[in-house]
Design a protein around this ligand. Structure first.
Ligand SMILES: Nc1ncnc2c1ncn2[C@@H]1O[C@H](COP(=O)(O)OP(=O)(O)OP(=O)(O)O)[C@@H](O)[C@H]1O
Ligand SMILES: [Mg+2]
Length: 338
């Protein structure tokens, strides 16, 4: 190994998302990414099941007469068991209804990130809490930091919206608005020269869209989600005015999600008494899996145009890779701040 390698690998950026956990590391000049689904299933123990999981390289742990299979393949088992996978997180934070929330987060994080090399630093994303859940954020953030500390890392947290700014707005001197439309939340941050001026979150994002569209169409949230994610094949996009009942419901709840985010941004900006003096229009960049829907940006631009903001918005763009922007931004956070 060359002398430069250990120094390069001594930093990690991690996106702890409701749907997926993403790890970003530096490999030479490029950023390497690894992802695990933030979900698990519980199976009854049998030697055969355990051997099958081992053979298939499926992440799992045995506990008494149960086996817990977690990460990317959890969905397959859930489908086979005709149930939904269990989720350690909900709406951006540890899922209070899931007794195995911390244990599974620890297992997933250890599998994805491994133990720290000596002095290794990690920056991990945390959401901003919606007003009613601000004490929950403290618990979430401290619990996540302590998982990484137990693995030997020097750990620091970064707000998810700020991470999007770090990843995408370097050329604007880290000044602008980062928006992450994820599974559990929409996280937003207005940053000025790399400093967070305002962080805002709503809990209307992918899971809300799936659950609401499922509720009015009689489908399961998983069916709706798979339909939505296979947009290219099924033709779902926000530009369409007609389509199947699922498409119509998706379009309505997508609109609701985007408008809720725009309204929340407007309220926070209007209420703020400490806005910096921006010298030009403020760029907006969007990330997160929910922003992948076709014609997402025109819908967001229209929603933002309908608001009255105390600042002038500039270009509204999509991150280069919306699914990895938060993890890349967390890696930048580790480089800038640690
Ligand atoms: N092609 C697609 N079109 C629309 N939605 C998609 C697509 N791919 C993924 N999604 C949705 O994106 C969401 C997951 O996005 P992401 O991975 O950014 O969330 P997360 O970071 O895990 O969650 P959060 O930031 O809210 O905690 C899910 O709701 C998923 O259904
Ligand atoms: Mg996210």
């Amino acid at each position: 190994m060359s002398a430069a390698a250990p120094a390069q690998q001594a930093l990690k950026g991690v996106d702890l998302g409701t749907s997926r956990i993403v790890l970003a590391t530096l490999k030479g000049e490029t950023v390497a990414l690894k992802t695990e689904l933030n979900a698990f299933v519980e199976l009854p123990y049998s030697k055969m099941t355990e051997q099958m999981l081992l053979r298939e390289n499926i992440l799992h742990r045995v506990e008494g007469d149960r086996i817990y299979a977690y990460g990317n393949r959890a969905d397959e088992f859930a489908k086979f068991l005709e149930s939904d996978a269990r989720r350690p997180m909900q709406s951006g934070l540890l899922n209070p209804a899931e007794p195995k929330n911390l244990e599974m987060m620890e297992a997933l994080i250890e599998s994805l990130c491994g133990r720290a090399t000596k002095g290794e630093k990690v920056c991990l994303s945390v959401p901003s809490a919606p007003a009613e859940r601000s004490p929950d954020l403290i618990y979430h953030e401290r619990s996540m930091l302590s998982i990484f500390q137990r693995l030997g890392y020097e750990a620091q947290a970064v707000n998810e919206g700020l991470a999007v700014v770090y990843a995408e707005l370097k050329d604007a001197n880290f000044t602008g608005i980062g928006m992450s439309f994820g599974g559990g939340m929409c996280n937003m941050c207005l940053a000025y020269l790399g400093l967070p001026v305002l962080t805002i979150a709503t809990t209307r994002a992918g899971d809300y869209i799936d659950a609401s569209a499922a509720s009015v169409t009689g489908e399961t949230p998983t069916t709706v989600r798979l339909h939505k994610e296979n947009a290219a094949e099924s033709g779902f996009g926000l530009e369409a005015t007609e389509g199947s009942a699922i498409d119509r419901a998706l379009s309505i709840y997508y609109g609701d999600t985007i408008e809720t985010a725009a309204q929340a941004l407007q309220s926070a900006l209007r209420d703020s008494r400490r806005l910096p003096r921006f010298t030009g229009p403020v760029p907006v960049v969007c990330a997160g899996g929910t922003a992948l829907a076709r014609a997402f940006l025109p819908r967001l631009r229209a929603a933002l145009a309908a608001t009255e903001l105390p600042i002038t918005l500039g270009e509204i763009t999509l991150a280069k890779d919306p699914m990895s922007a938060t993890a890349k931004g967390a890696l930048v956070g580790a480089m800038l701040n640690m």
